[in-house]
Design a protein around this ligand. Structure first.
Ligand SMILES: Nc1ncnc2c1ncn2[C@@H]1O[C@H](COP(=O)(O)OP(=O)(O)O)[C@@H](O)[C@H]1O
Ligand SMILES: Nc1ncnc2c1ncn2[C@H]1C[C@H](O)[C@@H](COP(=O)(O)O)O1
Length: 222
């Protein structure tokens, strides 16, 4: 029996997978989508024209990169909206603003005026019908040691060559961000509690939790 039916997960559900770089979002997104028969909304890294340059010179490329990500996320939001849901999304627009843009602004890599331009564009975008909140946000958490190991193992040179302090700061910012996030229900999952690479059955308990969360939210909305 398909797990989506077994756990009564509505066909039009939108779930967003969040967490710091390298924590395992894409792996989780693909596994959930395959198991539930949902579409994916993935971040495309290989075709991003700014990412490599950004890692070489944050100050020069921060604003360009943020605008690029905003445009990409907006197109994806529109696509999910037009399909009427049924998506697992890899990373949220909330992280672009609440983690990356803010961090680079606060570190002086983005000027005040650029940050304001970025913020007003973001606010204008979320006021369109394409931006309903996801039904559930899954937050993947793990120790900084495990995350650094995954970044190294994955082998994207631009990330491997970035000082460890950058990833440590991002890890801390993520913890603060999720502790005050309240735009939609949050399910926290520790990466030590499952192993999608070696144990195919470890997705089912996660789907069971998702189902429980979605039902609980529905009850609260009644
Ligand atoms: N459960 C897991 N156990 C071990 N390694 C994992 C697991 N999930 C992902 N990985 C590995 O960690 C790295 C980062 O995963 P990825 O899904 O690309 O993360 P993200 O999308 O959050 O950057 C990849 O090399 C991936 O193969
Ligand atoms: N908004 C962003 N600003 C800067 N860098 C970003 C942003 N969104 C994603 N990134 C980077 C981080 C990683 O190097 C790649 C892909 O992210 P991942 O967490 O591996 O899916 O893009």
């Amino acid at each position: 029996m398909e797990l989506r039916n077994k756990y009564s997960i509505p066909k039009n559900t939108v779930i967003t997978v969040t967490g710091t770089v390298g924590v395992g979002k894409s792996t989780m997104t693909n596994t959930l989508a395959n198991t539930l028969g949902f579409r994916t909304s993935l971040e495309k890294v290989d075709t991003n024209p700014y990412l490599d340059k950004f890692y070489q010179d944050f100050k020069r490329w921060s604003f360009h990169l943020q605008i690029y990500f905003l445009a990409e996320r907006f197109k994806e939001q529109k696509r999910m909206f037009e399909y009427g849901g049924g998506f697992i999304q890899d990373r949220s627009i909330y992280e672009d603003t609440g983690i990356f843009a803010q961090m680079h602004y606060e570190k002086g890599n983005m000027s005040e005026v650029d940050y304001q331009t970025y913020t007003s564009l973001f606010e204008a975008m979320i006021m369109t019908p394409y931006f309903p909140h996801p039904d559930l946000l899954i937050y993947l958490e793990g120790s900084i040691e495990d995350i650094l190991e995954r970044i190294q193992k994955r082998g994207r040179l631009m990330e491997q060559n970035t000082p460890v302090e950058y990833w440590i700061e991002m890890h801390k910012r993520y913890e603060n961000w999720i502790n005050s996030f309240n735009a939609c229900p949050v399910l926290r999952i520790n990466i030590k509690d499952y192993d999608l690479m070696n144990d195919g059955t470890s997705i089912e308990p996660i789907i069971e939790k998702i189902s429980f969360f979605l039902k609980q939210t529905k009850e609260l909305q009644k």
